[in-house]
Design a protein around this ligand. Structure first.
Ligand SMILES: Nc1ncnc2c1ncn2[C@@H]1O[C@H](COP(=O)(O)OP(=O)(O)OP(=O)(O)O)[C@@H](O)[C@H]1O
Ligand SMILES: [Mg+2]
Length: 656
């Protein structure tokens, strides 16, 4: 066919087709060049025929085209070169614009010679359309990607950042250009899962689960991110697009929520346990209230009985001691009288204990130094507990002085020591220790401060049931006739009346420890000399005594004692009666009056007498703590039941 190039029809067709046609011979000389080629190269056919193809297009030498033409001649192969991968011929459209084109290279053989046909197609329109479409698509894509709230970062297979969206700025703090070409690692904390996830996953694997990592903002701070990965491949290279969602605030909120929930749970638990505790405390308080109400009524009953008993004992003791003086010194009678006096004295001791328990005894409060009182008692205590029991007392100098009735304290300690002795029939040891307590709040006492005296034994201890009842009056495990069950009641009554309390700790087989809390004396108060004077002073002169008592029996007993002591007595049965006698100008040196009397009591009488005659001494005889505590000091005082000796001592003190 090539041989017919000069054929008019063929030539017409050759020039009419809308593609470029170039024919070269084995020497690469142009033998065919159609009108389309002449147009786009601005070189007419006659100018190029016979010229070397490479002379016309010198730049083509460095492309793949010469090799392909060679192949077409040598092996008869056809090829296509596309504009996308190759820079081809400098062809221009009418307006001078570059024409994008593909070239198909084919061998063409005739009987005479071999040729090579280059068939050049203009793809400018198609490519431009494609480009417009692609640009539009890209714009749409970028609009979506850039408006995404998450940072989107594409990396290559070396983890170098190739592309980022606009959100990197507000998500990570980096500008667009700052990240391109940087290693992804600048956004990661050293130890993170992303690097391993990247190396493990690949294009073929679809990883849909997001990875939680700790990343790094531009300012160096770390944040929590959830990252999803998408692998893709282009131009034989692997890329990964990573989408970074910042969950730092959510993580913080989650943590806060968790903390709040934990705190809520904790406070709920705490509340529950507090409610339980309060309920328990309330039950204990109710039990204690019930117990103390019970004690209060027993105390009232006991106190009343003991008071009447005291009066009777005063009469008996007074009469007996007078009788002893007046009857002839006959051994049998004296023995009987002594026994009767002893019995009455024991009765008096018992009423003292009852009054102590009932908190109705008269307390002679003074400042007591335990460093002195306890060592002085030790001999007596040793004597009381016997040789099988070792007594130790440790009282350090820091232990403060206390404000109590020293005699009652001694009695309390003796009671505790005797209880300890009874609990240690085979012997053992008894320890007395003291310490200061700044506050009594822990055990429900309102005033401060205290000194605690603890008496501990190594005896048999108490069962729970015994411990619960030990302080009750008349509770004893010692059998009838052996224990009165008033020992601990007395100690308890005494400590309570003194403003303190008593606590017992005991377990069967493990001994018992009784602690008594007593109020500490004010700083700087000096301890009194706690010695009782045993000498009984005698009133030298004879006194004219006005004796006031509503109980005739008691009055008679007291009158007998006064007469026996050498005084003269006028008796009055009531306060008004006594006042009348005083008005009658009958001369009196002293008034001795009972306190508890119907109508006007002894204290009121004493005050009335004092108003009239301030110099007249007055003695108040009381059976229990019924005097207003601060007023009693104004007058002389006598505790019932009293002996003739006590009466003499009180008279002596009053008229001195
Ligand atoms: N140190 C102790 N060790 C073991 N049990 C004790 C101790 N102290 C008291 N008890 C128990 O408490 C009970 C009551 O004691 P409390 O001192 O009030 O009366 P008592 O000792 O029985 O009689 P009393 O004191 O009149 O001799 C005792 O009977 C005993 O069972
Ligand atoms: Mg006892």
């Amino acid at each position: 066919m090539l041989d017919n190039l000069s054929d008019p029809v063929f030539g017409l067709v050759f020039d009419t087709v809308d593609i470029g046609l170039v024919v070269v011979d084995v020497d690469r000389s142009v033998v065919g060049w159609n009108a389309w080629m002449a147009r786009v190269t601005r070189r007419p056919t006659q100018q190029v025929i016979g010229k070397s193809f490479y002379e016309i297009f010198p730049d083509v030498r460095s492309t793949r085209l010469p090799g392909i033409i060679e192949d077409a001649f040598q092996v008869g192969s056809s090829s296509i070169l596309t504009h996308t991968l190759n820079a081809l011929l400098p062809l221009q459209g009418e307006g001078g614009e570059q024409i994008l084109h593909n070239i198909v290279v084919r061998p063409v053989s005739s009987e005479r010679a071999n040729y090579c046909l280059l068939q050049i197609t203009d793809v400018t329109v198609a490519v431009t359309r494609e480009r417009v479409l692609r640009d539009r698509q890209n714009a749409r894509y970028h609009a979506i990607v850039d408006s995404a709230p998450d940072a989107i970062i594409t990396i290559d297979d070396n983890r170098v950042i190739q592309w980022v969206n606009g959100a990197v700025d507000h998500v990570l703090g980096y500008g667009h250009a700052e990240l391109l070409g940087q290693p992804l690692d600048i956004l990661l904390q050293a130890d993170n899962q992303l690097v391993s996830a990247l190396s493990e996953s690949s294009v073929d694997q679809k990883s849909d689960a997001a990875i939680s990592i700790v990343g790094r903002y531009k300012n160096g701070k770390s944040g929590n991110f959830e990252i999803s990965l998408g692998h893709w491949r282009a131009d034989q290279r692997d890329f990964v697009t990573t989408i970074w969602r910042d969950v730092t605030e959510r993580a913080a909120a989650d943590a806060a929520l968790r903390d709040a929930r934990d705190a809520l749970q904790r406070s709920h638990d705490e509340l529950e346990s507090r409610v339980e505790e309060r309920t328990r405390e309330r039950e204990i308080a109710l039990r204690q209230l019930h117990e103390s109400q019970k004690m209060e009524s027993i105390g009232q009953l006991t106190g009343g009985v003991a008071h009447d008993f005291n009066n009777l004992l005063a009469v008996i003791l007074g009469s007996l001691s007078l009788l002893k003086k007046s009857v002839p010194q006959e051994p049998r009678i004296s023995r009987l009288l002594d026994r009767a006096i002893q019995g009455a004295e024991r009765g008096a001791t018992l009423t003292t204990r009852l009054l102590a328990f009932a908190r109705r005894q008269e307390l002679k409060v003074e400042i007591v130094a335990l460093q002195r009182l306890i060592p002085e008692m030790l001999d007596f205590l040793r004597h009381s507990v016997g040789p099988n029991i070792e007594i130790r007392a440790e009282i350090s100098p820091e232990v403060g002085t206390i404000e109590v009735d020293a005699n009652q304290l001694e009695l309390a300690l003796i009671n505790l020591a005797v209880n300890a002795r009874d609990a240690m029939p085979q012997g053992g040891s008894l320890t007395i220790t003291c310490h200061n307590e700044t506050s009594g709040k822990s055990i429900g006492l309102s005033r401060d401060p205290f000194v605690c005296i603890t008496v501990t034994d190594t005896g048999e201890g108490m069962s729970e049931a015994t411990l619960a009842r030990a302080q009750e009056p008349f509770f004893t495990t010692k059998g009838i006739g052996k224990g009165t069950g008033l020992g601990l009641s007395m100690v308890h009554g005494f400590t309570a009346q003194s403003g303190g309390t008593m606590r017992i700790r005991s377990q069967p087989g493990k001994g018992t420890s009784v602690t008594i809390w007593l109020p500490r004396a004010k700083e700087g108060s000096k301890a009194a000399n706690v010695e009782t004077t045993l000498a009984h002073p005698k009133v030298a002169r004879s006194l004219r005594v006005l004796l006031v008592d509503d109980d005739i029996l008691v009055s008679m007993g007291a009158a007998d004692m006064l007469l026996d002591l050498g005084h003269s007595v006028t008796e009055a049965q009531s306060g008004p009666h006594a006042l009348k006698l005083l008005e009658s100008d009958a001369p009196f040196d002293i008034v001795v009056t009972d306190y508890a009397m119907p109508g006007m009591n002894g204290f009121e009488l004493a005050q009335r007498v004092k108003e009239r005659n301030p110099k007249l001494p007055i003695i108040l005889a009381t059976g229990y703590a019924e005097l207003p505590a601060d007023r009693s000091i104004e007058f002389g005082h006598l505790s019932k039941p009293y002996t003739s000796k006590d009466l003499a001592a009180a008279l002596e003190k009053a008229v001195m």
